[in-house]
Write a protein that binds this ligand. Structure first.
Ligand code: GTP
Ligand code: MG
Length: 311
């Protein structure tokens, strides 16, 4: 996955290795390679400002780095770049959603998870996939149909509920989404259910009223996890969307949906760099099982340390 991004970093490594003449990297050795990387990052849909940040982080680390001529020079360059990206994202924790939930369940039931993000990015689908996995682990799940806005949203959730095996609370269009979330939590509490998953309406990041509604749901439902679902295909827009959401609502972690249909994957870097929050999962298809755990360390390892095979 994300082979284009991977090839951008492989090209960087190759160009640096070809340019270097001494055992220590000089500015002249890296400048051309970094300009090329910048263009490739933007082509992979990393937002322009984030591509700038990455390039300047890398410049700071590459210039002056020791890359002995004898021995594995390429491996040494890869390692410097890998370390630089790890350090740049060092405050973004790797969070295992299931592990955290297990800990929470020891003292809180239900665990409340709220999904939010612009319309059409995959919130409801991600909710259903997570419910499917939780059901397989033996947990009981209640969903709150707090998207009381879009026609068909409640039916869509109920359909998932029938297939996956969870109850849906809510169902009246125009109802107060915060009240729906509250009812679902009460319902789950009275039955001892493990999880409440709150589906919300898609928000344009510029829509102040709808943002206020999301804040109200967060005040009332006090979710343990507020999960921002984004579309992996986003390019430069990602930056603006991330900033607007972060300014209005709490985001604990993220899901990168539609990672299967998009090989560039630059938006993952944009969102991690901008929101400084963990990505819990990647959405990798339309089936319920298409939700895979994401780990920042593993992602960076694959981008930098694995040999690029061109597929
Ligand atoms: N290929 C692929 N398609 C996905 C993935 N996640 C969601 N989709 C598709 O994206 C479309 C929109 O998904 P929804 O879950 O309805 O998106 P939403 O964010 O709830 O949209 P609104 O309710 O309108 O705000 C659907 O056709 C999904 O099947 C994914 O990981 N891979
Ligand atoms: Mg939806």
């Amino acid at each position: 996955m994300f082979w284009r991004l991977k090839s951008a970093f492989s090209n960087l490594v190759r160009t640096v290795v070809e340019a270097v003449k001494e055992d220590v990297l000089g500015e002249g050795d890296v400048e051309r390679a970094l300009s090329k990387l910048y263009v490739e990052l933007v082509e992979c849909d990393v937002a322009v400002d984030v591509a700038d940040m990455i390039v300047s982080d890398l410049r700071g680390r590459l210039v002056g780095a020791r890359v002995p001529r004898f021995g594995e020079r390429e491996a040494a360059v890869r390692a410097v770049i890998h370390r630089a990206l790890l350090d740049a994202l060092s405050d973004v924790p790797d969070v295992d959603f299931y592990e955290e939930s297990r800990k929470l369940l020891e003292r809180a039931r239900p665990v409340v998870v709220m999904f939010l993000g612009p319309n059409g990015y995959g919130k409801t689908t991600t909710l259903a996939k997570l419910a499917f996995q939780l059901r397989q682990m033996g947990y009981s799940v209640v969903a709150a149909a707090a998207d009381t806005f879009r026609a068909g949203a409640v039916e869509q959730l109920e359909e998932h509920g029938k297939r996956v095996g969870f109850r849906v609370v809510g169902g009246r269009y125009g109802a107060d989404p915060a009240a729906v979330a509250y009812d679902a939590i009460q319902h789950a509490r009275s039955r001892g259910s493990h999880f409440v998953l709150i589906d919300t309406a898609g928000r344009m990041h510029t829509d102040k009223n709808l943002m206020e509604e999301l804040r109200k749901i967060q005040r009332v439902a006090e979710p343990h996890f507020s999960v921002f679902v984004f579309d992996s295909q986003l390019g430069n827009d990602a930056l603006e969307i991330a900033k607007q959401y972060a300014a209005h609502v709490r985001i604990d972690g993220m899901v990168a949906a539609k990672a299967d249909v998009y090989q560039r994957g630059g938006s993952i870097l944009t969102f991690m760099y901008t929101l400084r929050r963990p990505i819990y999962f990647l959405g990798t298809g339309q089936a319920y099982s298409d939700l895979v755990k994401f780990s920042k360390s593993e992602y960076l390892r694959q981008l930098l340390l694995e040999e690029f095979a061109g597929s």
